[in-house]
Design a protein around this ligand. Sequence first.
Ligand code: CA
Length: 229
Amino acid sequence: MDQHGAQQRIVVIEDEEAIADAVMQRLRGEGFDVEWAADGIVGVELCERVRPDLVVLDLMLPGLDGLEVCRRIQAERRTPVLMLTARDDESDLLVGLAVGADDYLTKPFSPRELVARVRAVLRRAEPQPAPADEAPLVVLDIEIDRATRRVARSSEPVHLTPIEFDLLVCLALRRGAVLSRDVLLAEVWGYDGDYGARTVDSHVRSVRRKLGDEVIRTVHAVGYAIGSA
Ligand code: CA
C-alpha cells in the first residue's frame, strides 16, 4: 500500500522463470500487484502500459540487456528500478546506477532482503517534505540544496541518483563524524537488518566519481566521513 492506501504495482523483468516465480510469489504475499515480463522488449512495453510504481529488473536479459531496458523505461517516465545482478561486477553496477537504477541486489538474495530493498526504494520515491532548515549545505566546492535536491560542483550542476543524494546529505549533516556502513545503511536505505556493506561502498564510489575522490573520506575499518575529524 502507498501512503494513500492504494495497492502498489511492481513489474518484474527476469528471464529465469524460477527466480521470477519466487520474486513474484513473495511480493504478492506482501500485498503488491505484480506483473512479469521474461525479456526486455516485452518488459519495456509492459511498463509503458501498466505504469508500475517500481520495476525489479534483471541485468542479464536476452535481446535487450537490463541497462538498455532501464534507459528506455526512464526515457518514458521516471520509475524506481531495483536491479538484479548475477555477480558483483562493479562497472555494471556503476553504469546501472548512472542510467537511473535506484538500487541493486546481487544474486543469490533472500526474499526478505528483496522485500526490504523494494520497500526502501518505494519509500524514497514518495514525495519528501522539505526539511525545516533549507539552507544549502556546502562541502569543499560542492553545494547541496536540500529543498530542490540539487547538487552543484563549482556552480556546475551534477546529477546524483536519489540514494547518492541522501548518502551525501547524511554525511554532510554530520561533518567530521565517521559513520559506519551499518549506520549509513540504516539512515540512507532504511534497513534495520544485516545487509551488504558493499552496497554502501559502491554508492560511495559512484558519488566520488561524480564529485571527486576528496569529497568523502574512507576511515579504515570504521566507515566514511565528510570533512576532517
Ligand atoms: Ca537473466
